[in-house]
Design a binder for this molecule. Structure first.
Ligand code: DC
Length: 222
């Protein structure tokens, strides 16, 4: 692998990884790679019928997608075929579909190649489920964030309320538990902490406190 510095942040849905990884990347002035956005783009572009299609058809769909990363920190953007995806990839329906695509070997092979080739070009902060275990096993710094599912549902509810959407807390918690179940139990690249990852339970911490902890661990880089 090229001589780039990679920081990985893995953890379950709704733990606040994206906001934290983006803020961490901003502080360090590094690009931020949102790997979940890749799976969401695949789900959006290929659609639910891709789950039933044969592997050859699925691979054809994947071959039509090219990912690249531009900008640093807050200005980082993952581009799909040269375009930044909008909020259409941020719905719960697309999240659930992305989680199903993410269990398919052809999809994981494709995303692994895309992510590793981006990581060869830049030092970066990568956020996802398997960035510390499978994608960048030699990353210099690895973090695994966790939080109680109820706390994650509450955070998601607050985030949605800020966008003017009122969602039922129990239903959000159920969706989060369902996604955890799918992401943790798939045979390929399941969600889990790397043996050498620092585990941070964020249940009782706010974002600033978690960020402080991460920066403390990374002190020598800042
Ligand atoms: O982090 P997110 O909610 O945007 O991710 C959407 C889905 O993509 C998630 O349920 C599981 C999948 N995913 C994955 O399997 N591996 C990753 N590195 C990132 C996301």
């Amino acid at each position: 692998m090229a001589n780039t510095t990679i920081i990985t942040l893995d953890g379950p849905a709704g733990v606040g990884k994206s906001s934290l990884a983006r803020e961490l990347a901003e502080q360090l002035q590094l690009p931020f790679l949102d790997t979940g956005a890749m799976f969401r783009c695949i789900a959006l572009h290929i659609g639910p019928q891709g789950l039933e299609a044969g592997e050859a058809e699925l691979k054809k769909g994947l071959a039509g997608l090219e990912f690249s990363l531009q900008g640093v920190g807050d200005g980082s953007a993952l581009l799909c075929n040269g375009k930044e995806p909008g909020n259409e990839i941020r719905t719960e329906q697309i999240a659930a579909l992305a989680s199903k695509f993410a269990a398919l070997p052809a999809v994981r092979e494709f995303t692994k190649t895309s992510q590793q080739s981006i990581g060869e070009k830049f030092s970066l902060v990568a956020e996802g489920r398997d960035t510390g275990t499978v994608i960048f096993p030699k990353a210099k710094h690895k973090f695994f964030l966790d939080a109680d599912p109820r706390v994650r549902a509450l955070r998601r509810q607050k985030q949605l309320a800020e966008q003017g959407k009122n969602e039922d807390l129990d239903q959000l918690e159920q969706q989060i538990r369902q996604r955890d179940q799918q992401d943790r139990n798939r045979p390929i690249a399941p969600l889990k902490a790397a043996d050498d990852a620092i585990i941070v339970d964020t249940s009782l911490l706010n974002m600033r406190e978690v960020l402080q902890q991460l920066l403390q661990h990374l002190k020598e880089l800042v």
